[in-house]
Design a protein around this ligand. Structure first.
Ligand code: BG6
Length: 488
């Protein structure tokens, strides 16, 4: 086993799934605050008041009707409002992470906690204070913060009134926000990620069913503005503190052709280009790949890209490539008999793999494949910043939780990372997803648990929020202690 001695072991959460306190100390709302809870079979909804004053809802990735306004409605449960109350429990949570020996903890900053509408000229002092306290607490315990600047949570005001990332003006508002982050948290945070799973914007199109050319136009434009915003953030972060290390964050899925039909092989190559390389190439190489023109042409996309944007993309390439990894997916041009889920995607079933209760394929070999493919392409340090198994946990009468299925998931994934390192990949860190149970992003459930730390909270918002240690807690502690050599 060959993890470098300063390997950054740890875990990850996101502000909107962990903190709660959605309207506390001046925080403004984000889209997750108007998103209801769902289940494995029922979608999450976004709620609104239509132009005639009637309440309504659309599916999580749907569009509001003309003239409707996002709204929190009675009769619905919004799980992100309280989440697992990390806002008030952070000291306890950090102490538990320290007990496991974490070297690094990944969380995000809630933009609307610092800028409630996104338009203010000065940040909300209480928001700044909260993150200073959190990062100081981590440092005191010898844990490096790894901070995502955007985790699906633009302030709702921007989303409602400016059209979110479809509007170029959002870039400047983001620049103001990140400048505050780099300035206020200078010295406390050195490792940053710009946009979480930035490539999901493209993958969401598949979830829409029959996306129109207009949907493609909007999505590619949205992405372009995020690329420019990310590149500006990298430049600002480096200027404020040259020791800052700033990464992209890609939803890493390993795509395989379902058959050896050459049409499937070509379709698979195109899936890598569209879903994975499109964003990675811009953020790591500072320019669009040659295939981008084909992708745009396929859907009559015509982008607003200026010379200044292109210069920014070149100047703002990232220092490291970070990604989430949960699964592989199949690509085929043939009829798909059985569809399975994914993180914000869906595809054909792979008969060689096992699937979780939420239909996600477990494929540790795919992680090695992904690491080696990506490192070969960009040759910059890599971090796996999300990986884990969402599963039902049972609390025994004595309070113990025997989650051996979670340990069985992690073991081969850690082995896969070790193999990739042996094969020359410069992998510098690993943060498992939901190291403490949090609200699921895809379903809004609490019962889809990822943590080493259990939180007493159910899907309806009942529970004490008490934290307890699962069996995997003690196992991961040993993994970290042994620097990845003790996996039994
Ligand atoms: C990633 C997201 O897509 O997957 C996280 O970055 C999310 O926010 C994680 O929680 C797991 O997905 P889910 O739907 O099981 O919570």
């Amino acid at each position: 086993m060959s993890f470098p001695k300063d390997f950054l072991w740890g875990g990850a959460v996101a502000a909107n799934q962990w903190e709660g306190a959605w309207d506390v100390d001046g925080r403004g709302p984000a889209k997750t605050d108007v998103t209801t809870g769902g289940t494995v079979n029922t979608p999450r909804y976004i709620t609104y008041i239509d132009k005639d004053g009637n309440p309504g809802k659309v599916m999580q990735f749907g569009k509001l009707p003309e003239g409707a306004k996002f709204a929190v409605l009675d009769d619905y449960h919004y799980p992100n409002h309280n989440a697992v109350d990390g806002y008030h429990h952070y000291k306890e949570d950090v102490a538990l992470m320290a007990e496991m020996g974490f070297k690094q903890f990944r969380t995000s900053i809630s933009w609307s906690r610092l800028y409630p509408t996104g338009l203010e000229k000065e940040p909300n002092k209480e928001g700044v204070e909260f993150y200073k306290n959190l990062f100081t607490e981590l440092k005191t315990h010898g844990i490096e913060p790894l901070v995502t600047l955007w985790h699906f949570d633009t302030p709702l005001y921007i989303e409602q009134n400016l059209g979110d990332w479809k509007n170029r003006d959002t870039i400047e508002l983001f620049v103001r926000y990140v400048t505050t982050c780099f300035t206020e948290f200078k010295g406390l945070v050195h490792n940053w990620l710009t946009f979480n799973e930035i490539n999901n914007t493209i993958q969401f199109l598949d979830m829409m069913g029959n996306p129109s050319d207009k949907d493609f136009q909007d999505s590619y434009q949205h992405l372009h503005y995020q690329f420019v915003a990310s590149a500006k953030a990298v430049q600002i972060g480096h200027a404020i503190d040259p020791t800052n290390r700033i990464g992209c964050m890609i939803c890493g899925i390993t795509w395989y052709p379902a058959t050896c039909d050459p049409n499937d092989i070509l379709a698979n190559r195109h899936a890598w280009e569209r879903n994975i390389f499109y964003c990675g190439d811009v953020q790591c190489k500072g320019e669009y790949g040659t295939y981008a023109k084909r992708l745009w042409k396929e859907h009559n996309v015509n982008l607003d890209i200026t010379e200044e944007d292109l210069a920014d993309l070149k100047r703002g390439t990232v220092d490291m490539y970070t990604f989430s990894y949960y699964m592989s997916q199949l690509v085929t041009t043939h009829e798909v008999k059985e569809k399975v889920g994914g993180n914000f995607s869906a595809g054909a079933k792979n008969e060689y793999l096992q699937y979780s209760d939420w239909g996600w394929a477990t494929d540790a070999t795919g992680l090695q494949y992904y690491l080696e493919t990506i490192y070969d392409r960009y040759q910059i340090p890599l971090m796996v910043v999300e990986n884990g198994l969402g599963a039902y946990d049972t609390v025994e009468a004595d309070g113990s939780i025997h989650d051996d299925y979670r340990i069985d998931y992690y073991r081969p994934h850690i082995q896969a990372m070790s193999n990739a390192i042996d094969n020359g990949v410069d992998l510098i860190g690993y943060t498992t997803w939901g190291c403490i149970d949090v609200v699921s992003a895809g379903t809004g459930e609490m019962r889809k648990r990822y943590g080493f730390i259990y939180v007493d909270m159910d899907d309806e918002g009942n529970g004490t929020m008490a934290r307890s240690r699962k069996d995997s807690f003690f196992w991961y502690k040993k993994v970290i202690e042994s620097n990845g050599t003790h996996l039994d």
